[in-house]
Ligand binder design. Structure first.
Ligand SMILES: Cc1cc2nc3c(=O)[nH]c(=O)nc-3n(C[C@H](O)[C@H](O)[C@H](O)COP(=O)(O)OP(=O)(O)OC[C@H]3O[C@@H](n4cnc5c(N)ncnc54)[C@H](O)[C@@H]3O)c2cc1C
Length: 392
């Protein structure tokens, strides 16, 4: 007899483990299948290259599942100001947390630290069974349950299967769900640096015709720089020595960066958008990057994924209270209705930023004017910001 779970979550990244924690805390039985190994303890004091801005809604979710307290203060950097401007010098906008009666806008935290904190909170949930080093081979969906065959020989039975297995989701593929994609023809070079300036609480971004240049503050004098550009130019920069890369950044980045003490790491990623045509199928839901990958210029990919988690966990909890089958079409349909429009709105916003600021001179002037107008329209600016923070 196969062991039966309320939910089988495939993918134990930040989004899958957050969903497992939310469901486990709600008393559901959950199998969490991860192809990799258990996240290891973070013992070094260097900063990883993958960093995310967690907005206030994401922070609240991490608090509610008991993960936030596992993120040490010395590994997160709170930011209170956001500044964006165009290289032409004709448009700029500032956002201040205080003006929105907030203490801050959120925090920058390394992905590995977020993931480790979530797995620490999972350890206290007996209803969550982690299965490491395994991948799904096949799905068999029936009227009362879904069977997931794993490549380690296990067969799991669940009321629902959730694909949280990232952009190349196997669950999405096994369910035959297609994706729409767009390659932006850009790469993002991420460079970790130690700045001459002390700890900062402002995140800034300058738009150039080749793509944005951004500074994400990390604890102490550390920062993560993101430099978007044409793939070939980006690869050439990535191949430079630490000293040469430092020099190029000091020359090409805005003067407000100040001097750099050193470059401590670099990596580059292709920039593309990917959106699943459906978020659900029979007894199946997609969350996080398995459902949507967006341009990272607004730093909202993980935040969107964590909003999927909150929505799905709430709908399943309501279904459970109403003694409904968790894999019934009703809750899944509501999940897709709630989440697709939110993602589409975010895709439209990031796409508009990308097209306007990397477009021709007329578009760029319009974009610069847009930033200047946004700066003057107080209520519209506040509305935009509240959406980005995941606040209603
Ligand atoms: C350059 C860059 C900068 C970014 N900056 C930000 C930011 O500032 N803020 C923000 O909110 N977002 C940001 N993002 C986006 C964010 O990193 C992603 O949205 C987020 O990592 C997605 O998490 P996930 O858990 O859905 O997927 P993943 O992190 O891809 O996790 C998927 C998990 O599933 C596992 N897995 C994969 N396949 C299988 C399988 N077949 N079986 C079992 N397990 C499997 C993997 O091992 C992994 O653990 C950025 C992205 C990029 C590229």
């Amino acid at each position: 007899m196969n062991q039966h779970f309320d939910a089988i979550i495939v993918g134990g990244g930040m989004v899958g483990s957050a969903l497992a924690a939310a469901l486990g805390q709600g008393g559901f039985s959950v199998a969490l299948v991860e192809s990799g190994s258990e996240p290891s303890a973070i013992e070094d004091d260097s900063f990883d290259l993958r960093v995310s801005s967690l907005n206030l809604a994401a922070q609240r979710l991490l608090e509610s599942v008991g993960a936030w307290s596992h993120i040490p203060a010395e590994r997160r950097c709170t930011f209170r100001h956001i500044h964006a401007w165009d290289i032409s010098g004709h448009g700029e906008t500032h956002f201040d947390a205080e003006a929105l009666q907030l203490d801050d806008f959120g925090s920058f935290v390394e992905n590995r630290v977020i993931r480790k904190a979530l797995w620490q909170s999972l350890a206290a949930l007996p209803g969550v069974e982690p299965i490491f080093g395994a991948r799904p081979l096949a799905l068999l969906t029936g009227t009362e349950r879904v069977l997931v065959e794993l490549d380690n020989g296990q067969m799991l039975s669940g009321s629902l299967v959730v694909g949280a297995d990232g952009a190349r989701s196997t669950i999405r593929e096994l369910a035959g769900i297609e994706v729409d994609t767009r390659d932006y023809g850009q790469r993002a070079l991420i460079v970790n640096v130690v700045t001459q300036l002390p700890q900062q609480d402002v995140s800034w971004q300058r738009f150039t015709p080749q793509g944005p240049q951004a500074m994400l503050p990390l604890p102490g004098p550390h920062a993560s720089l993101v430099w978007y550009g044409e793939p070939e130019a980006t690869r050439e920069r990535e191949a430079l020595s630490d000293a040469a890369l430092r020099e190029v950044i000091e020359r090409e980045f805005p003067a407000r960066l100040g001097g750099l003490k050193r470059v401590t790491g670099r990596a580059s990623f292709p920039i593309r958008r990917q959106h699943a045509r459906h978020y659900t199928a029979s007894r199946l839901a997609l969350v996080g990057d398995a459902a949507h990958v967006i341009h990272p210029l607004a730093g909202q990919g993980l935040n969107l994924g964590l909003q999927d988690v909150t929505a799905l966990a709430d709908l399943l909890t309501n279904a459970n209270h109403a003694h409904q089958d968790l894999g019934a079409p009703g809750p899944l349909r509501r999940y897709a209705w709630q989440r697709r429009p939110q993602t589409l709105a975010m895709i439209a916003a990031t796409e508009a930023f990308h097209s306007v600021f990397t477009g021709n001179a007329t578009l760029r002037n319009a974009g610069a004017a847009g930033l200047a107008v946004a700066e003057r329209l107080g209520p519209a600016k506040q509305f935009m910001m509240r959406r980005a923070l995941g606040l209603r």
